[in-house]
Write a protein that binds this ligand. Structure first.
Ligand code: CAA
Length: 390
């Protein structure tokens, strides 16, 4: 059918605390230029003791439910790679915190940072089957590497919620998609570990190979030419990675790498990721939020999306910006979510990083730190206890 389907609303949330890269550089003796310019990061969001993927996901989704109600939402898909349970979907807690109707299906999806794009595509399929149906897609992650490892500078945390439906108010998602899967060990997190393992240089190479592979398939599927796009939203583990990938793609397509063009294609997509850090599944959609919030009128323009998840799976697809989209943006709330974070010093960050729940799963009350609308109050009998504060 010709039904236009895509992103009807988009909202994001991040953490209570923020660690500036200057504090990390002071601790480990790194020249700050490596962080500010070399990887393109200014600061990273750090979760409070009583924040996690559920509280962030619920905080991102609550404004969407407040604006549109729950009507038509019969599916919630929660994408994450920093899951809190091996069996129960984190989205079930969010469903409860938001008071969604019981006549809902809820599921969690995983494939590293790619999961939210899978969720978006599955949501589009469901809406295609029934255009009355709306799907709430939530991408929420805490990126955590070992202290004093090279990955430490690329941590972060955030959640994006998207309402996917017919006649979307923001962005129509187009066919075709380019797809690419390769079995590589560039980044992974075995079940017994809380911090990810990564082969940094291998992960960059794997990302570039996947970008090229998914673009090749996109072209073969009859997608748009590179020149038709006004901007590109890449997965941004650190913002410099988008630049590396875009230059790689331009080269691969036989274009001269003109830096003015690269700046035009990417410059408006990095503002949120540069101060939030890696938000894994949410990252590519934070890039979209930054673009729509900052760009001059983009009505009718095509945006290219490059979603990459280590391991690895990648997808390239296009979206077109819908007339009137600006009335539906959440620019002020997005800026507020970033500006309200409280700076944490290095010692405070380290303490939060090393926190863990009692292994016996016994009764435990979490320190009250978050100023957000939801909190993880504690544990009891191996059960996580959440509360809505307002
Ligand atoms: N001024 C300016 N630039 C400087 C500098 C200075 N004083 N010092 C160094 N630099 C530059 C370097 O030249 C380098 O730039 P280029 O890559 O353009 O040459 C950049 O800063 C980084 O320096 P290094 O490569 O030496 O940094 P590193 O080895 O310490 O670590 C990293 C970088 C590999 C990204 C590491 O932070 C890491 O492992 N991060 C986690 C993995 C990751 O994010 N991978 C991305 C692809 S995988 C993915 O996308 C999925 C995902 O989300 C994890």
């Amino acid at each position: 059918s010709d039904t236009a389907i895509g992103i009807h609303d988009l909202s994001f949330a991040t953490t209570e605390f923020v660690l500036p890269h200057t504090a990390l550089a002071d601790h480990n003796g790194t020249e700050i230029g490596k962080y500010h310019i070399g990887i393109g990061q200014q600061s990273m969001s750090v979760p409070a003791a009583d924040e996690d993927i559920v509280t962030m996901g619920a905080a991102a989704a609550a404004p969407i439910i407040a604006r549109h109600g729950a009507e038509g939402i019969r599916t919630v898909v929660f994408a994450t790679e920093s899951s809190i349970d091996q069996a129960k979907a984190a989205g079930v807690y969010v469903h409860s915190l938001l008071g969604l109707p019981s006549a809902t299906r809820v599921v969690e999806l995983k494939q590293a940072c790619y999961g939210a794009t899978a969720a978006l595509q599955f949501a589009i399929g469901l809406v295609h089957r029934n255009p009355e149906h709306r799907v709430l897609v939530i991408a929420s992650d805490v990126s955590k590497y070992e202290l004093d490892s090279p990955g430490e500078a690329t941590q972060g945390a955030a959640a994006v919620a998207m309402l996917v439906g017919a006649d979307p108010a923001l962005v129509r998602i187009e066919e075709p998609s380019g797809l690419f899967t390769a079995d590589v060990m560039d980044f992974w997190r075995p079940n017994y570990r809380d911090a990810a393992l990564v082969d940094g240089q291998e992960s960059i190479t794997a990302y570039l190979q996947a970008a090229q592979g998914t673009w090749k398939d996109y072209a073969e599927q009859g997608g748009r030419a590179l020149d038709e796009f006004s901007a590109f939203c890449y997965h941004q583990p650190f913002t410099k990675m988008a630049y590396k990938a875009h230059r790689h793609l331009l080269n691969y397509c036989g274009h001269e790498v003109d830096e003015a063009r690269v700046a035009r294609d990417l410059g408006r997509t990095t503002a949120y990721n540069a101060v939030v850090g890696n938000s894994y599944t949410a990252s590519v959609y934070l890039a979209l939020a930054a673009l729509l919030d900052q760009a001059d009128d983009m009505t009718g323009q095509a945006i290219g999306f490059l979603s990459y998840g280590s391991g690895s799976v990648a997808e390239f697809f296009a979206g077109t910006v819908v007339p009137g989209y600006r009335e539906h943006l959440r620019t002020e709330a997005n800026r507020e979510a970033i500006d309200r974070r409280k700076p944490v010093d290095y010692a405070g960050y380290r303490e939060l990083h090393q926190r863990s729940f009692p292994a016996d799963g016994g009764e435990y009350a979490t320190p009250s730190q978050t100023g957000g609308p939801f909190r993880l109050a504690g544990l009891n009998g191996h059960k996580r206890l959440y509360e809505r504060r307002r």
